[in-house]
Design a binder for this molecule. Structure first.
Ligand code: FE2
Length: 351
């Protein structure tokens, strides 16, 4: 590491201070993978294997939010592209009627959903795209907390399909996808299911915040459901006969908070009869005293999705204020939004 001494005697890493400017055209690395969305993934995978010589690598099942806990709503056949090493085709099929993949298929038909290219500096590439007015499906880069794999999707209207830019690292080499990467795909599609066709980029579909606190402090705070009234719209949390519940007008909803170490997430789960709503908070260390928290939203009707995303973003901002001891700086407008939404949630009949 090259260090340079600044005037005050403080040392700093040159590589961090020197900012590379990327201009268009981007310098893409090799094709990483491409993804089809189809009606029958097994049949399409078989065609590629038997006729075109693709090599089946694995089948990956994912719950992107519409299957009950332990179930799956996304089936992926991962095949190696002939003549390459670990460059893959992913053939995706939605397994539930309400899955985002089935709904996308109904609206846009089967075929290529996206093509992914490796890039060495994703932040630089995104900056160059922004300057040129080229939109992406999320404002922020999607970050896999476990492997550090990073990705973003360029909006579909430029080329008729999504283009994914992916920055890999030694923990997430080519051909490797976590289930959260797979679910990230779902987020690219949510806004494209709205009536009226192509969507504008949406800042709030993946609410995220960076907090000046250690990951341990953040996890401990999130794991305690009785902290919820301090930073969320869920303000009536009680323990009833050993079970934590959220008290609502229509009755108590059992609530569990668990740590899913394999996903690096704290998972909140509300239950109502045999239905449940799960919201994972992905906690990642950015530095020993800096932690990012990201929320993956479940597929929801578009009107509710946009509002939920806005509210969760406000909650994350309030969470940061609490953990950094500066609640007085929290925006009064956002506080009013949370107060209003608290009443809506309290009176809601369903999940
Ligand atoms: Fe992808």
């Amino acid at each position: 590491m090259r260090l340079v001494r600044k005037k005050g005697g403080e040392e700093t890493d040159l590589r961090r201070t020197k900012k590379m400017t990327i201009t268009l055209p981007l310098e893409l690395g090799p094709l990483d993978h491409y993804t089809l969305i189809v009606e029958d993934a097994a049949a399409v995978a078989r065609f590629h294997t038997e006729v075109l010589g693709f090599e089946p690598l694995r089948i990956q099942l994912v719950n992107a939010g519409t299957a009950p806990p332990g179930g799956h709503d996304m089936l992926n056949h991962v095949l190696q592209i002939p003549g390459t090493s670990k460059r893959v085709l992913v053939v995706t099929e939605g397994l539930t009627e309400t899955s985002i993949f089935r709904r996308y298929l109904q609206k846009h038909g089967p075929g290529v959903h996206h093509v992914a290219y490796e890039v060495a500096d994703l932040d630089g590439a995104v900056e160059a795209l922004r300057k040129a007015g080229i939109g992406t499906t999320s404002e922020r880069v999607l970050n896999d907390p476990l492997t550090g794999l990073r990705q973003i999707f360029i909006n579909r209207e430029f080329a008729g399909y999504f283009i994914e830019l992916i920055e890999r690292n030694p923990k997430a080499t080519a051909g490797h996808f976590t289930n959260d990467n797979m679910a990230a795909l779902a987020r690219t599609m949510i806004s494209y299911l709205k009536q009226g066709g192509e969507a504008a980029p949406t800042e709030t579909l993946a609410p995220q915040v960076e907090i000046k606190a250690s990951p341990g402090e953040v996890r401990a705070f999130l794991l305690d459901p009785f902290h919820l009234p301090r930073w969320t719209v869920h303000r009536c949390i009680r323990r009833v006969e050993g079970q934590v519940v959220e008290v609502r007008l229509a009755g108590d909803l059992p609530l569990t908070v668990t740590e899913d170490r394999s996903r690096g997430a704290i998972v909140y789960r509300w239950a109502q009869g045999d239905r449940s709503l799960e919201i994972p908070f992905f906690v990642a260390e950015e530095a020993p005293d800096r932690t990012s928290v990201r929320v993956d939203l479940p597929p929801l009707p578009p009107a509710r999705l946009a509002r939920t995303a806005k509210v969760i973003q406000a909650e994350l901002d309030l969470l940061a204020c609490h953990l950094e001891g500066r609640t007085e700086t929290f925006s009064p407008t956002l506080r009013a939004l949370l107060d209003e939404y608290h009443l809506e949630v309290h009176q809601r009949i369903g999940l």
